[in-house]
Design a protein around this ligand. Structure first.
Ligand code: AMP
Ligand code: GLY
Length: 419
């Protein structure tokens, strides 16, 4: 089969690296890809936020199956468009992608499926929203309804911060995404992510992970896309995993199916582990980045066969297997990220790191410059991933591999896997 993966991050590098092993794939293309992905797949330049461009590439290359990495093509309805031209696709329809595209929609599904989540109210009018917070306790969480590149959530410590956040959202700092605002109860606890592979009716576990969202050691500084992750998390027992699958994931699938918008693809639950048990913070409709790098490093089964079973609605017969090892990834980013940073600094030593047993370096923002040097080309640049028999060993291995990477303008957190 000819397969097209969409994206250019370390997540998509991990996906292509996993898929490249499959004897069922005769040709693997990644669009637009990156220099790391080029070792696994043919890379073709493409604007993946444009459905028409994706369709014409898929038709031209006679693609049998498309696998989008990030959420934007999914929320844009690329799966619907591909199905219209009889191309198979792995991922949720536009309607089912609302589980990530609209936080209000997800809250409605939670209510219908009786899924534990934070209490909330939603508002389309600024005065009503501000009036509402006058009588409630802080901290309180203010959220834009739609996609806001991970920046649409404000934890307000007091009422002034809450009012400012509400005003900013209604001022349109996130455009349409902030036209509806959710005001949500603040949940206390440890966060964890749970992943399931879904075929519309059935879900099988893809295990859990924990990521480190803040830029600085000790979880300080602004939020990022993710500075590191590990899988599995010691904070979830086997019983907890089963509880999440049976009480959060499966009821969601059942309600989505009942409503005529079945969910096929990766369902990623962002959870808060509270005193009252796990509560859903949000859904994403794709793999997390960097969580994908650690989850796929642990899958023993053939990833492509699992994906085909989801697309063909036969997951009830599929048994997925995992290595017992712990996988941990440390993200290397460009100085300045998540604020302003400069592209184009030279990176060396990746093959030396990759030569270490148990290490795989996934590329994100890299490119080859006109002098054939590998240079930085984004905020998050590399994801150095280690597999070992314990968290401690995986952490030591990842950090010793990083020492091989010579990149003056890069930085990374020193405490991945320590909390
Ligand atoms: P989200 O984009 O909804 O995942 O939110 C981003 C981050 O905000 C989460 O990973 C949490 O750290 C935090 N967050 C979101 N909602 C809540 C909540 N109700 N209580 C506490 N923290 C929250
Ligand atoms: N690591 C968080 C995300 O992919 O959304």
């Amino acid at each position: 089969m000819k397969v097209l993966v969409l994206g250019s991050g370390a997540r998509e590098h991990a996906m292509c690296w996993s898929l490249a092993n499959s004897p069922l794939i005769t040709k693997l293309i990644c669009a637009p890809g990156n220099p790391g992905i080029k070792e696994e797949a043919e890379c073709i330049d493409l604007n993946i936020n444009n459905n028409e461009d994706i369709i014409s590439l898929a038709l031209k290359e006679e693609i049998d199956l498309v696998i989008p990495g990030p959420e934007i093509p999914l929320v844009n309805g690329i799966i619907n468009e591909l199905n219209k031209v009889n191309i198979k696709a792995f991922g949720p329809s536009k309607e089912a992608s609302k589980l990530e595209g609209s936080k209000k929609f997800t809250k409605e599904i939670c209510k219908a499926a009786n899924i534990p989540t934070a209490n909330y109210e939603s508002f389309t009018n600024q005065d009503h929203a501000i009036n509402y917070i006058k009588n409630i306790n802080t901290p309180i969480v203010i959220k834009a309804d739609g996609l806001a590149a991970g920046k649409g959530v404000i934890i307000a410590k007091n009422k002034d911060e809450a009012i400012l956040a509400i005003e900013n959202l209604f001022k349109g700092i996130f455009g349409e995404a902030g036209k509806t605002v959710l005001i949500e109860e603040y949940l206390e606890g440890i966060e964890a992510s749970y992943f399931a592979l879904c075929d519309g009716k059935n879900a099988i576990p893809l295990t859990n992970a924990q990521d480190h969202k803040r830029v600085g050691d000790g979880d300080t500084g602004p939020n990022t896309g993710g500075m590191g992750a590990f899988s599995p998390t010691p904070n979830l027992s086997e019983k907890d995993n089963e509880h999440i699958l049976n009480n959060i994931i499966k009821p969601t699938l059942a309600v989505m199916h009942e409503r005529g918008t079945p969910f096929q693809g990766i369902l990623y639950a962002g959870l808060m582990l509270t005193n009252e048990g796990p509560k859903l913070i949000e859904y994403n409709v794709r793999f997390g980045d960097p969580e994908c790098q650690v989850i796929l490093s642990r899958i023993k089964s053939n990833l492509f066969e699992a994906i085909l079973a989801a697309v063909d609605h036969t997951l009830n017969n599929f048994h997925i297997r995992f290595y017992d090892e712990v996988s941990l990834t440390v993200v290397m980013a460009t100085e300045g990220y998540p604020g302003k940073y400069k592209n184009g600094s030279i990176i060396k030593g990746i093959s030396e790191a990759n030569n270490i047993k148990g290490i795989k370096v996934f590329h994100a923002g890299t490119k080859i410059d006109s002098d054939q040097n590998l240079v930085s080309n984004g905020g998050r640049v590399l994801s150095v991933t280690a597999n070992a028999e314990s968290m401690n060993k995986a952490r030591i291995l990842a950090y010793s591999a990083i020492k091989n990477i010579k990149w003056d303008e890069g930085f990374y957190r020193k405490d991945i896997g320590e909390n």
